[in-house]
Design a protein around this ligand. Structure first.
Ligand SMILES: [Mg+2]
Length: 171
């Protein structure tokens, strides 16, 4: 049960995820969250660093699909500027959007990574599907009240996972 909440990798930011790590794990496609994973939730467009990070992974032949619980106008604008497909109103951790994501990517769960900043949506959903899950620290602490509440629960889960030796603190 606890394992469903445990990411396969925990890093301080997406910039600690190197293209080679993904290639070594035979990852062919990535389902990626938007808010607080790629940018703080109020930033509308990708910055240059982020573009470069995507480019370095595209170069390895790895594809992306953005899967977000946010609204279409927010998700579309962002995904379009990175030229990647997207799913909005995803209702993560429900399986449906994750399954649609791998269909779009043309991958299967075992060669797909799910990257996100929330255990209760991104990691839980990715683990339920059997994907390789990567948790990143949230980029901004400014959030909606619901997310702030979820963070408290997630912090507790993280400390339990670390205490049990299931998870390592990122550098
Ligand atoms: Mg997020």
């Amino acid at each position: 049960m606890l394992k469903l909440f445990c990411p396969n990798m925990y890093v301080s930011s997406i910039y600690s995820i190197h293209p080679e790590d993904l290639v070594n794990k035979n990852i062919k496609g990535i389902i990626i969250d938007l808010d607080n994973t790629l940018v703080p939730w109020d930033e509308k467009e990708p910055n240059e660093n982020l573009m470069d990070w995507f480019e370095s992974i595209f170069d390895k032949g790895i594809k992306f699909c953005m899967v977000s619980n946010n609204k279409e106008h927010r998700v579309k604008l962002f995904a379009d500027s990175l030229s990647i497909p997207y799913i909005f109103d995803a209702v993560k951790p429900r399986k449906k959007a994750f399954l649609r994501g791998i269909k779009i990517l043309g991958t299967n769960p075992s060669n797909t990574a799910v990257i996100g900043d929330q255990i209760l949506t991104d990691i839980l959903g990715g683990n339920r599907m059997g994907a390789f899950t990567i948790l990143v620290k949230p980029m901004s602490s400014q959030e909606f009240w619901w997310t702030r509440l979820m963070r408290k629960i997630e912090k507790n889960i993280i400390s339990i996972l670390i205490k049990k030796g299931l998870l390592e603190k990122p550098e």
